[in-house]
Design a binder for this molecule. Structure first.
Ligand code: GSH
Length: 246
């Protein structure tokens, strides 16, 4: 059976899982533990140097990296309505680039909020850390968040810069949907998936789509943006209700 290694709260993992599940592809999910899980993943991928990111799909000897490639692979393996119409690839790539820009900006905002919240840091410790050690272990969670900042090079950005980048993407999505709703490209496609997951980093969905402690949920919520882009949030909610089957 296929194995997907990913972070269940991550938008990139969600893009891959949505496509796999849309096409009815069965897979085993392994939760990746940032930093600590990297030796396991390097060993599994036989990759001992260079950057590593999840989601990563293992199909026997075959390794598929990057959510976009995983989604395309799922389409070749699975059944159901196509997410990549052959005449729409360039447009889907365009919306996926927008999605990547929005996700990167939102990740910078959220990581900085987590670093400012002792409760969120504590919630992010592995479940195995016992209660009496959790407050003491916050520096470990802080190291994890700082590691992400270094890895993705957004340490120098300010909240204002990240917010401007994110709103640039949300404006573009809102403009595109105003002309073509309910779907970006006339019918449900990977462009919609790529766009919808950005909204989860503005107004996270309830479980089972997004599970987190209350302090992290606060960090992931930008109430002002959720209000300003409420048509997008409502569009995302409808898309999930109609197309996100688990
Ligand atoms: N372009 C990649 C980006 C994936 C990505 O940024 N993954 C992050 C998830 S937040 C990651 O691997 N984080 C784990 C780490 O940095 O160790 C994709 O679409 O899959």
């Amino acid at each position: 059976m296929l194995t997907l290694v990913g972070l269940s709260y991550s938008a990139w993992t969600e893009k891959a899982r949505w496509a796999l599940e849309h096409h009815g592809v069965r897979y085993r999910f392994i939760e990746y533990l940032p930093m600590l899980g990297s030796p396991f993943l390097r060993f599994k991928a036989r990759r001992f140097r260079g950057p590593l990111s999840v989601p990563m799909l293992f199909d026997g000897e075959m390794i598929v990296e990057d959510s976009f490639s995983i989604a395309r692979y799922a389409e070749r393996l699975g059944s159901g309505q196509k997410l990549f119409g052959s005449d729409q690839i360039a447009q889907i790539e365009h919306f996926n680039r927008l999605s990547e820009q929005g996700l990167a900006a939102a990740r910078a905002l959220i990581t900085r909020r987590v670093l400012r919240s002792p409760q969120a840091l504590e919630e992010n410790l592995p479940r195995q850390v016992p209660g009496f050690l959790r407050a003491l272990s916050r520096p470990v969670a802080r190291m994890g968040a700082e590691y992400l900042m270094r890895k993705y090079g957004f340490g120098a950005d300010s909240d204002e810069t990240s917010t401007l980048r994110l709103t640039g993407v949300l404006d573009a999505l809102e403009g595109a949907l105003a002309k073509s709703a309910p779907y970006l490209l006339g019918r449900f496609s990977y462009a919609d998936i790529a766009a919808a997951v950005v909204l989860n980093m503005v107004m996270p969905l309830p479980p089972p789509h997004f599970r987190s402690g209350p302090a992290n949920r606060d960090c992931w919520t930008s109430s002002d943006l959720a209000y300003r882009y409420r048509t997008l949030v409502e569009w995302r909610d409808t898309l999930y209700a109609e197309h996100r089957r688990r």
